[in-house]
Ligand binder design. Structure first.
Ligand code: ATP
Ligand code: MG
Length: 451
């Protein structure tokens, strides 16, 4: 049985039970009152008759005496000890009463009796008959009026019970609907989530912020949290795979170089070992960073130090160019040595993201220039490739955004490189400027603080 039916059934049965109990109590109380009233009235009456009968018995014939006291709807009679009726007078409406077998009682008695489906009240008191024997003076009176009132009362109370059940049934149906609707919609939403694998929210209705509304709200918050965690995990996996691609390629290409020519060329051996070693360290740091970000949503941990910009660029351009077999020109417009304060590995990660794009979206030579401009150092990576349409420029930093997906399909990117670049740049306080002309090429300029 579902919840709605249970609420319906329990409330209806409870209300019906209470109503019936209440009406039965009213009926019992009222009928007792009516009977007591009848008993008191008949008792008073018979005592009055007895008093007069005692005085007049013997002088006035019994029948005449009784005729004076006969009620309009009953009978009065004198019964001897052997249950023989000495005298009886019956009202014209209740003639059948006279056929009733008389009884003799020893003391004073009041009781009800039923005859031919009619209810009567009988009162009997002992009297001394003129011959000195003991007899009973009995007064019987119809209770039709009282029975009629009680019948009407039964009909009224029964109808009231039935009528009162209508609003009870309606309100219990309404109540069960109010309670079960949010539960049902929550179950439906959960089922949809399970079947579609997508996070959905409940549509919350009603302005009264009751417990059911709060339950819905809590459910939605929980889904928010689950979705946020799920997104974070997804982001972690995509970031991790994107960022590990380049160092793994560097390691792979240098190790195969070592395998082929490493033993014959000692200089190549040293260079390869250096590149592999530094990429391995960078990879370890990167995984630590990624784990940290995924777990606590913490800020990037920075290892700031002074680095010689020119030397640094020369080294990473050499590694990158070597690995991807691309020509990268360095035009350093720096006199002497310029030191910048930054996190070396993060800057490297940032440059690799832009090198990657320049490599993927152009076939010509890539030019890297560096210099000083108004208290800032800059690094510009310029390619002569397909470029980015002007209206798409602001969107390329969005996660998973790719310009013209079909065009880029062969390069197999997923559109997260630049969103990671934006995050890293913010962490190490680097400003990015992106300029591009479709069909001509793209230039990315990074501005760094100088020591
Ligand atoms: P991923 O870097 O995740 O492998 P991706 O390179 O497509 O994939 P992003 O690096 O975020 O993703 O770049 C977003 C989009 O911007 C690219 O899909 C490309 O269309 C465009 N874009 C970025 N850099 C260049 C560039 N140098 N030349 C032309 N288009 C570019
Ligand atoms: Mg990219």
């Amino acid at each position: 049985m579902n919840l709605r039916k249970k609420i319906n059934l329990y409330t209806s049965v409870l209300f019906a039970f209470l109503l019936i109990l209440m009406n039965i109590s009213v009926y019992v109380f009222f009928s007792r009152l009516i009977f007591e009233n009848e008993y008191t009235s008949i008792s008073n009456e018979i005592h009055k008759i007895t008093a007069i009968a005692h005085e007049s018995m013997g002088t006035v014939p019994e029948d005449d005496l009784l005729r004076a006291f006969v009620p309009v709807n009953g009978m009065v009679r004198i019964v001897a000890e052997d249950r023989k009726v000495i005298s009886a007078v019956t009202s014209s409406d209740e003639q059948e009463l006279s056929r009733d077998q008389a009884e003799f009682f020893n003391g004073e008695v009041i009781s009800t009796l039923e005859q031919d489906n009619s209810l009567y009240v009988l009162s009997s008191v002992p009297i001394v008959l003129p011959d000195g024997a003991i007899g009973n003076l009995q007064l019987t009176r119809s209770m039709e009026t009282a029975a009629g009132i009680l019948k009407t009362l039964r009909i009224v109370l029964g109808s009231v019970t039935l009528l009162a059940m209508i609003p009870v049934l309606v309100s219990s149906a309404f109540l069960s609907k109010i309670i079960t609707n949010p539960v049902t919609s929550m179950t439906t939403t959960m089922r949809e989530i399970r079947e579609s694998g997508q996070f959905k929210r409940l549509t919350l209705e009603g302005k009264s912020k009751d417990e059911l509304y709060q339950m819905g709200e809590t459910f939605n918050h929980m889904i928010d949290l689950l979705e946020a965690n799920f997104e974070k995990q997804k982001q972690f996996v995509s970031n991790a795979s994107h960022e590990l691609k380049t160092p793994l390629t560097v390691i792979e290409s240098y190790s195969s170089l070592l395998k082929r020519r490493g033993l014959k060329e000692p200089s190549l051996f040293n260079e390869s070992i250096d590149a592999i070693h530094s990429e391995a360290i960078r990879m370890r740091e990167m995984t630590e960073q990624l784990l940290l970000l995924a777990r606590h949503d913490e800020q990037h941990k920075l290892y700031i130090k002074s680095i010689d910009l020119k030397g640094f660029l020369r080294q990473i351009i050499r590694t990158y160019g070597e690995v991807y077999k691309r020509t990268i020109d360095l035009e350093a417009d720096i006199e002497g040595v310029t030191f910048v304060q930054t996190d070396e590995n993060k800057l490297k990660q940032l440059l690799f993201i832009f090198f990657d794009n320049a490599r993927k979206y152009s076939d010509d030579v890539i030019t890297v220039s560096a210099g000083i401009k108004e208290y800032e150092a800059y690094i510009r990576i310029k390619d002569r490739g397909i470029g980015i349409p002007g209206d798409e420029l602001p969107k390329v930093f969005d996660r998973f955004y790719r310009v013209d997906k079909a065009r880029n399909r062969k390069t197999g990117g997923s559109g997260i490189g630049l969103s990671i670049a934006k995050e890293i740049a913010e962490a190490i306080a680097v400003r990015i400027k992106l300029e591009s002309t479709e069909g001509e090429g793209t230039a990315v300029t990074l501005f760094l603080k100088i020591t």
